[in-house]
Design a protein around this ligand. Structure first.
Ligand SMILES: *Cc1c(COP(=O)(O)O)cnc(C)c1O
Length: 437
């Protein structure tokens, strides 16, 4: 198959990667960047503008990774750049309150009926870790339930995978996580009401919270039915268990009010990250006045951060969310994405290729499967990732940058132009022809 490829030059990237390996484990500061699941050395990026990226070898790409989701306005957005530059003149951090925090909070809370108060942190991991502590502090219970196929950052309680059996204690999915922590996390399958009933029967009055991604989008795109989410809301409410929506991806992506609004479901706590900082490190969690009253210094649940609410990051967040709050922003994103996906689906149908494109909002995911829908992690065939690898290599060679793993979703930003999308469609068709030749 190799003669099909005229691989792009990765000489500079390879050199930089060799050097990086002396400094960082695996040569990277976050594991998936190491390109372990796809062909070749990772690309070292030099700059981005609108929907385009340039690497160290001068290759240009149309970017569908978008820094893993935050860049819903594309790279180098003028308003964000100006807001950040304006703040740089005034200082980078004070460790004291600033008006910018109020501004971002007001922008969020006055356009969101699902939370009343918010606390800013510096990453999605931190937001989720804090939300779990709040749930435990509020309910005075210790156990949490998560779903196989949902990612919630790398805090100890959440690096846990399903054990054997329908409802069992989790097993750690990372070395270094104490077994005692994993014992407090129960992992069940998505889209399974029976598993939920069983977990609450087995651990009656012990479960502080159930946490779910607004729409699971870290292990493929596992879109859940409204009925299931409604059931999840009902059973948690009946059991005195808090429902946490981890909206680190879906928040400000499925709409300004994220998945809560998409499902019309009121979670007890919502976590945010990624888009909220417009490319700067920001996370947040929000809930009712009552619940947030449990957070220090008002309440006894401790949570703090030296750089929390960092003024430069707040400036980037404000400039981002202002653009997203403009009327019609999300409708346009959705329409663009639907048209892109529809065109590709027609080609796939015509060629009878065994691949599906699942999509919601401006998120899409290529699944090499014959199934009409995939709602649970165990419905993804690991073998199908070999096909993704072939597609990924061909796309890079044609100047299209997708996430370096078949479990990752793609994102369309408002900076993707008609021309970008048309060029991408041509490239994807050619890549699929190679995969299925
Ligand atoms: C990315 C992500 C996280 C972790 O956020 P970081 O900023 O990487 O710590 C948590 N939850 C979800 C749903 C995510 O997609």
């Amino acid at each position: 198959m190799t003669e099909q490829y005229q691989d792009i030059s990765r000489i500079k990237s390879a050199e930089l990667f060799e050097k990086a390996k002396q400094f960082f484990p695996g040569g990277v500061n976050s594991p998936v960047r190491a390109f372990k699941s796809v062909y070749g050395t990772p690309l070292f990026i030099e700059r981005g503008d609108k929907a385009h990226l340039w690497d160290a070898d001068g290759n240009e790409f149309i970017d569908y990774c978008c820094s893993w989701g935050p860049l819903i306005l594309g790279h180098n957005n003028a308003d964000i750049r100006n807001a950040v530059a304006g703040q740089l003149d005034k200082g980078l951090s004070f460790g004291a309150p600033t008006q910018l925090e109020n501004e971002l909070a007001e922008l969020i809370l006055s356009n969101n009926t699902y939370i009343e108060k918010i606390r800013f942190v510096s990453s999605g991991t931190e937001a989720v870790m804090s939300a779990i502590r709040l749930a435990r502090g509020y309910t005075k219970r210790d156990k949490i339930v998560k779903f196989e196929g949902c990612y919630h950052g790398h805090s100890d309680s959440l690096l846990v995978k399903a054990g054997s059996g329908l409802v069992t204690f989790g097993e750690t999915s990372s070395a270094g996580v104490p077994k005692a922590f994993a014992d407090e996390t129960i992992v069940i399958a998505l889209n399974d009401t029976q598993a939920l009933e069983e977990v609450f029967a087995t651990f009656k009055d012990q479960i502080a919270a159930v946490i779910i991604e607004g729409v699971p989008a870290n292990n493929g795109l596992l879109i859940q039915d409204h009925d299931y989410i409604n059931f999840l809301r009902r059973i948690t409410q009946e059991q005195g268990t808090l429902l946490i929506f981890d909206e680190v991806i879906t928040g400000f992506r499925l709409g300004f009010q994220g998945a809560a609004h998409y499902y019309g479901v009121q979670p007890d706590i919502i976590t945010y990250g990624k888009i909220i900082g417009g490319g700067m490190p920001v996370g947040a969690y929000g809930a009712s006045h009552e619940l947030m009253g449990y957070i220090s210094p008002d309440g006894g649940v401790y949570q703090a951060g030296t750089l929390s609410g960092n003024p430069v990051a707040m400036a980037a967040g404000i400039a981002t969310l202002r653009q997203l709050a403009a009327p019609g922003f999300y409708e346009k994103q959705e329409k663009t994405t639907a048209a892109f996906v529809d065109t590709l689906r027609s080609y796939i149908a015509e060629k009878e290729y065994e691949v599906k494109i699942f999509t919601i909002g401006s998120i899409f995911w290529f699944a090499f499967t014959a199934q009409e829908s995939i709602k649970r992690a165990d419905e993804i065939d690991p073998q199908s990732m070999e096909k993704y690898k072939v597609m990924h290599r061909s796309l890079l060679n044609q100047g299209i940058y997708f996430g370096p793993s078949g479990y990752e979703v793609g994102f369309i930003s408002s900076a993707h132009t008609e021309t970008d999308l048309e060029q991408t469609i041509i490239a994807i068709k050619a890549a699929l022809d190679i995969v299925f030749q």
